[in-house]
Design a protein around this ligand. Structure first.
Ligand code: NAP
Ligand code: G4F
Length: 341
């Protein structure tokens, strides 16, 4: 009998890669999607048989992390061996605007799942929680499993709550529950309002004459960017260990937003001339002499996480995991996909 995995957040970037990965591992995959007024399954339509609304590898269920009845029903119907909780209001900047909703879904949503698993009688379900490097906030890099959390947004605070809930349920009730503390990971399927996708999409469109300007926020924050396809493998590996444990997953390299722009522009053969500082900073296209990048206060955060670099030596040692995509290959993948869109 094949194992059954239940993915919350299957319609998101990571959920779609994880579903593909687990299907290749011969799992029967179940996913939870929210009711939306327009379709939200574009990232999984290629595996999901939309004519029959199910296939033998993948079954979708309607549910929501804010609705405990739906979570109870789905877990009981599916009777999964492993649950991957990737569902979240995952945008840091937007968590400044909808803090209560962000906390309800990310923090209490996780608690709701843990409570159901704690009382579940049919089997011992393994639980993976999508924790985040954002939790480190102000702590200086490199960050590892022992680094202090100093969150800088309600998003990060909600993830710290969920992180500690996982450890508490493991200690208090013996749950097999694990945190993957993942640093930023991107892909062609990244949501369009995250900075890497926004830059790649914007510069490709500018190159193609379809867009005039790219408007961004802080160009000087630094992130440890990996590829989502590599990172979903680590989620599965985390749940295959003898003992439940928590792991940092990263590449141990960091680049600024401006580095990301400069590399993309070079790959697209756009020569940029940077001028001015602060909110007046701009980039001019040398060929056309037109300003194509500007900075606007509205994309800055009230509090920023300045520098993230993940030390993933524990994962390298115990999971035998390391990233396959370099930063350069990640950008190539995103640009090539955008050019072929
Ligand atoms: P994403 O693309 O934004 O996907 C989030 C998923 O959660 C989507 O399927 C979304 O559904 C679903 N969702 C949102 N609210 C929900 C609710 N109330 N009930 C049920 N499902 C809900 O995020 P991602 O980049 O794949 O990230 C996956 C997880 O890892 C998230 O928890 C994120 O916080 C965490 N994380 C991400 C990164 C990263 O760099 N990508 C790093 C560390 C941690 P819709 O499609 O309907 O919106
Ligand atoms: O792409 P971002 O929005 O990602 P952020 O905030 O690092 O969060 C992502 O990674 C976390 C892991 O550390 C996840 F937990 C979280 O769910 C999400 O996937 O912003 C990256 C950086 C920030 O410093 C931001 O201030 O880019 C800067 N930035 C500059 N201009 C911008 C923009 N970010 C966005 N989204 N849009 C801009 O125009």
């Amino acid at each position: 009998m094949s194992k059954k995995a239940l993915i919350f957040g299957i319609t998101g970037q990571d959920g779609s890669y994880l579903a593909e990965f687990l299907i290749k591992k011969k799992y029967q995959v179940h996913g939870v999607k929210r009711r939306t007024s327009t379709p939200n399954t574009s990232r999984i339509d290629h595996i999901f048989d939309s004519v029959n609304f199910k296939n033998k590898y993948l079954v979708l269920h309607h549910g929501d992390l804010s609705d405990v009845g739906s979570l109870n029903r789905i877990i009981n119907d599916v009777n999964p061996d492993e649950i991957y909780n990737l569902a979240a209001q995952s945008h840091v900047k937007i968590s400044f605007q909808i803090p209560e909703y962000t906390s309800d879904v990310n923090a209490l949503g996780t608690l709701r799942l843990l409570e159901i698993i704690r009382h579940y009688k049919k089997k011992k379900i393994k639980f993976y929680q999508a924790s985040s490097s954002e939790m480190f906030g102000k702590s200086k890099p490199p960050q590892n499993e022992k680094t202090l959390f100093q969150p800088r947004s309600v998003y990060a605070i909600s993830k710290v709550f969920a992180y500690h809930s996982v450890i508490h349920y493991r200690d208090a009730y013996g749950l097999y529950a694990c945190n993957g503390i993942l640093f930023n990971h991107e892909s062609p399927r990244r949501g369009v309002n995250f900075v890497t996708k926004k830059i790649v999409q914007g510069l490709v469109r500018i190159k193609q004459g379809k867009q005039k300007m790219l408007i961004l926020g802080n160009l000087y924050s630094r992130r440890d960017w990996g590829h989502a396809n590599d990172y979903v493998e680590s989620m599965w590996k985390i749940l295959q260990q003898k003992k439940a444990n928590d792991f940092v997953i990263a590449t141990k390299t960091s680049n600024s937003v401006k580095d990301f722009i400069n590399i993309c522009a070079k790959k697209l053969n756009i020569k940029l001339i940077w001028k001015n500082k602060g909110l007046k900073e701009i980039a001019i296209n040398k060929l056309t002499n037109k300003t194509i990048i500007k900075v606007d206060q509205k994309y800055f955060r009230e509090t920023e996480v300045d520098n993230l670099i993940g030390d993933f030596s524990k994962a390298r040692r115990l999971l035998k995991w390391k990233p396959k995509f370099s930063f350069d290959k990640l950008i190539d993948d995103m640009i090539n996909n955008e050019l072929n869109d």
